[in-house]
Design a protein around this ligand. Structure first.
Ligand code: ADP
Ligand code: MG
Length: 336
């Protein structure tokens, strides 16, 4: 499979609820083969609704999309055969063991028992749950549950995997460990992954390309690096020993886009900061100035998010609400 093959293509994809709520509002994007593609946005942005359309459990109101060339409406059955899904809600049965849960997933796909057994053991190995396979899921930590669900999503050997908030509610360390399992799917199996998240660091660390989604619309799309660079570069902070305004001199250096003198500190916006910073030092030195301090900061996805949506994405608050919802769903599902 060529690296440029488009595995998912969406055009004008739209979902309207209750005749007027545009949960997903005319979005277009494509996902290439072997890519980890992320939808980043706050609660209610339309991430789950988008996934649900792509995995054929929700019908679009407008627009179209295909997965591996299969139309999500006209060829929904074909789509289902080639995809794996790990939904946002907890799906594992608490009263069964990890192994039994995976076998249950295999049954849903009609995978013959003998093949299923072999795969289940392989997958438990992949997500490092082999030694806990005969323990009831009730005893699993949040991270272990998520890994088990990942294994379930892989039972039909999908070519494309859909992950809805794969690390929701997990602590930072467990989250980072989960990223490794997802990376391995890409690296060792060449799998294409479409995932959603509202964690900025997750999108940054894990995704090859990120679409920032807000109020059902894609407001920015690119590699994390491109998105950061789209802000117009890095921030270089400089101070010099001499009490002279050197703004114009700094401004004349290549790649410098903006200079502000903030009480003797120069705040410089520049493209290619790691190249430009030495150029600035060189220019100052040539003119007889002594640099006393210099720091280089790259914009984070946080700044990108702020720039495109006009607000910050506060992880903690979003997560608390999401976890509360998660518990509610779980309790309902268990009839509690
Ligand atoms: N079945 C539904 N009926 C009505 N509104 C819905 C339904 N599902 C989602 N929504 C609304 O659509 C918007 C997007 O929701 P969702 O896709 O779940 O967002 P996200 O996954 O990004 O948190 C929200 O305003 C949500 O309340
Ligand atoms: Mg969601």
């Amino acid at each position: 499979m060529s690296g440029n093959e488009k595995v998912i293509v969406a055009q004008g994809l739209t979902k309207v609820f209750n005749k007027s709520l545009f949960a997903v509002d005319h979005i277009s994007f494509d996902v290439k083969s072997g890519e980890i593609f992320g939808f980043l946005g706050p609660n209610g942005a339309g991430k789950t609704t988008t996934i649900n359309m792509l995995i054929t459990i929700l019908k679009p109101t407008e627009g179209e999309a295909s997965v591996l060339g299969y139309d999500i409406v006209k060829q929904a059955n074909e789509v289902r055969k080639v995809i794996g899904v790990v939904p946002q809600e907890y799906t594992a049965d608490e009263d069964l063991t990890g192994y039994e849960n995976i076998m249950l997933c295999a049954d849903l796909y009609g995978i013959p028992r003998e093949i299923a057994k072999k795969r289940a053991l392989e997958l438990l190995e992949l997500v490092e749950l082999s030694q806990f396979k005969d323990k009831r899921v009730e005893t699993y930590s949040g991270g272990m549950r998520r890994r088990l669900e990942l294994a379930c999503g892989l039972i039909n050997r999908p070519r494309v995997l859909f992950l809805d908030e794969p690390t929701l509610g997990l602590d930072v360390q467990t989250r980072a460990a989960t990223w490794n399992y997802i990376r391995r799917l890409k690296e060792e199996y060449g799998m294409t992954v479409f995932m959603t998240t509202h964690y900025l660091e997750e999108a940054d660390a894990l995704c090859d390309r990120v679409a920032i989604i807000d109020h059902g619309k894609i407001v920015a799309l690119g590699t994390p690096k491109e998105l950061k660079e789209s802000l117009g570069g890095d921030i270089i902070t400089i101070s010099i020993k001499e009490n002279v305004d050197v703004s114009d001199l700094i401004r004349s250096v290549e790649h410098v886009k903006d200079v502000r003198n903030e009480n003797g500190f120069y705040r410089v916006k520049a493209e290619f900061g790691e190249v430009t910073a030495p150029l600035i030092i060189e220019a100052l030195r040539k003119n007889g100035y002594t640099v006393t301090r210099l720091s280089l900061t790259e914009p984070t996805l946080n700044e990108v998010y702020l720039e495109y949506t006009g607000r910050a994405l506060r992880d903690s608050e979003e997560s608390k609400e999401a976890i509360r919802m998660q518990r509610l769903i779980l309790r309902r599902a268990r009839g509690g």
